[in-house]
Design a protein around this ligand. Structure first.
Ligand SMILES: [Zn+2]
Length: 70
């Protein structure tokens, strides 16, 4: 499965709750990987399927940039 697809699925699994890039990386086991999910979520946010905004991550509860299913 491609990385964008993994990110897409992770966000969809948590829908309608928003998640942050850090929790996406942790959730997908990318913590030791240089491939940061920010570029992927940035690309997903340009589609009508996703909304990226400042909010509270449903996993780590931090207030930061999060993404969720539109
Ligand atoms: Zn988080």
């Amino acid at each position: 499965m491609s990385r964008p697809q993994e990110v897409n699925d992770f966000i969809t699994d948590h829908s309608p709750n928003p998640v942050c890039n850090k929790c996406i990386a942790n959730g997908l086991g990318w913590s030791n990987d240089a491939a940061h999910p920010a570029q992927i979520t940035g690309a997903l946010a340009t589609t009508s399927d996703f909304v990226q905004e400042t909010g509270t991550c449903s996993i780590c509860k931090d207030s930061k940039k999060v993404i969720r299913r539109a």
